[in-house]
Design a protein around this ligand. Sequence first.
Ligand code: T6T
Length: 335
Amino acid sequence: MTLRRRALTQFTISGLAMSGLAALATPARADAPRVTIALVPIYGTDPFYTTMNRGARAAAQAVGATLLYQGPTEPSPVQQVQALNAVMARKPDVLLVAPADRTLMVAPLRKVALDLGVPVICVDTYIGATPATYQTGGGEADFPLCYIASDDAAGGALAARGLANAIEGAGQVYVSATWPTVATLGRREEGFRAEMARSFPNVTVLPTQYTGMDPAKAAIQLHAMLQQAPNLAGVFCVNPGAAVGTFNALKEAGRSGMVKLAVIDATEQMVGALKSGQVDLIVSQHPAEMGWLGTMLGYGVATGQSIPTRIDTGFTLMDRKNIDDPGMKRFIYAR
Ligand code: T6T
């Protein structure tokens, strides 16, 4: 891989100013090719993906492309395949997809890429081996042209450093996760555990609890963990689906603010919890940039350009000291 290509594939975007990039995209000329791009999320109502869609729409408007956004009502590979079939019937030129399962979605997406001949770009999550690397010439899941997402292991490590600092470098913590089959979430847990082991020997990471996005289950798990570890110091929630039930249960137990919480994703609900003291650190991703870049690169592919195989869209750290800074507003997942 040439140095330039490596530089491109490792081109990390942190704090991307979409307005700046938008300025690079001149308005579409009347004779510009009409390109249709489809975006299929894990599930369509998730604020993370509606924010991704907002960025995708901005890019589609800048280049005069048509954007189709179609996702299941809940996270399920079976439902995602149904959404995929529906959107492919509308014959898009390029598919952007956040695979709901890194194994089960290989065959359906391979059909799109190789049988239907529609280029596939993975956004947020991925298919195949970890870390996601594509166009290498090997393997069943090598066909996506690019993977545009956060480096989730790095996100887990950021959360570990923030949580360790919040508990003054010592104590028992655990990871509250949601779905074990979604590639990104497992990487966050791995990155969190590795960083704690590497840098914080006095922090003990207890067994991970899987909530399946069910706040009631997260609450039951929190209460059980408080029984197991009465001096529990902190919890890392891999996304808001794990955080809501956790911080509600802490409030019920009268432990809000005493057990520190770090969470990935800056939904408006998580920002409200940060401001009210129920959450202590947010590691915000950049879903709007993922959607914007996915659409721009998809347009490039549809008009004959080659594109990098990996774009890392970075993170923004939010706490009570900086959350009201003007520059933070655009990283909050507002619909
Ligand atoms: O955390 C995001 C996303 O990055 C992850 O892949 C799935 O969950 C979210 O959509 C949040 O619900």
